[in-house]
Design a protein around this ligand. Structure first.
Ligand SMILES: C[S@@+](CC[C@H](N)C(=O)[O-])C[C@H]1O[C@@H](n2cnc3c(N)ncnc32)[C@H](O)[C@@H]1O
Length: 268
């Protein structure tokens, strides 16, 4: 795995931290810190840590006597995370092959990364392997796109005005919408006391244009989908009409996002 982030990757990581974290991800770490019972002195692994919003919340809960590790395969995310909080141990790696010994962590957490893992059973088993006996797991996953209507609206615009491939790229984060299926993966990996809780949090972007443009310019290129300026203008115009219903009086786009938190334990 490549270790040094290019300047472009670092900018992408910083951009994620500056826009997406406050807009979408910031309300969720509290559920995971609570779900995995992170407390003073805990050792915590945050898998798919991105720019580190959950790992930072875990550090607040563990205090100086704990140990927090954030792991992600994207060098730009890891570099951006390190800039924000150098005290956390930031590690490049993937969920399917965790570079840690068996039984290393009291708490294993992961927020909205699981949908992107290549091998879900393997990742679930790796989470089990690195947890200590009695260790806790908390994982956040988006519900299906039907329960996330603002994204369903943008997907409809992409389907109609760009391509099925572009629409599918935006559907991907919502591909694990069946909580029982995901719970089954953790059960097969060996975890006990599995619980699923639905949570709804408000997302808030500076405007609907900011939100859609970030997807068009930031997300689609990850799938080798590059739109012309003319096409971007057309999609923004069409989505303005669809997303108007989420506009606050001050012009922000405010809408509910629905996910579920799976918690579980590795038996003593
Ligand atoms: C939507 S971001 C979530 C980041 C962070 N947890 C948050 O809440 O802001 C998804 C993250 O999953 C990471 N990811 C993708 N595939 C992965 C894999 N196989 N193993 C671990 N992380 C992965 C990506 O690099 C990205 O940082």
């Amino acid at each position: 795995m490549k270790s040094e982030a290019t300047q472009e990757e670092l900018q992408a990581g910083r951009g994620y931290e500056a826009l997406f974290v406050p807009a979408v991800f910031a309300p969720w770490p509290a559920h995971l810190v609570d779900g995995a019972a992170v407390r003073e002195g805990s050792s915590v692994l945050d898998i798919a840590c991105g720019s580190g919003v959950l790992a930072r919340a875990a550090l607040e809960a563990t205090g100086k006597s704990g140990r927090v590790v954030g792991l992600d395969p994207a060098p730009g995310m890891i570099a951006a995370a390190r800039e924000v909080e150098p005290q956390i141990d930031w590690v490049l790696g993937s969920a399917e092959k965790l570079p840690f010994d068996n039984g290393s962590f009291d708490c294993v957490v992961s927020q909205f990364g699981m949908m992107f893992f290549q091998d879900h059973p393997k990742a679930a088993y790796e989470m089990y392997r690195v947890a200590k006996s009695g260790g806790k797991l908390a994982v956040a996953v988006w519900h299906s796109i039907d329960k996330n209507p603002a994204y369903r609206d943008i997907v409809a615009v992409l389907d109609e005005h760009v391509s099925p491939e572009a629409a599918d790229a935006l559907r991907l984060p919502f591909c694990l919408g069946d909580p029982d299926q995901v719970a089954g993966l953790f059960s097969q990996a060996g975890f006990d006391n599995i619980e699923i809780k639905t949570k709804v949090e408000q997302a808030k972007f500076p405007s609907s244009r900011t939100m859609v443009e970030a997807e068009l310019r930031g997300w689609l290129p990850l799938f080798d989908i590059f739109l012309s300026e003319e096409k971007i203008g057309e999609v923004l115009e069409k989505s303005d009409a669809k997303l108007m219903k989420y506009s606050s009086p001050s012009g922000e786009a405010v809408f509910p996002t629905s996910g579920y938190i799976i918690t579980a334990q590795k038996s003593e």
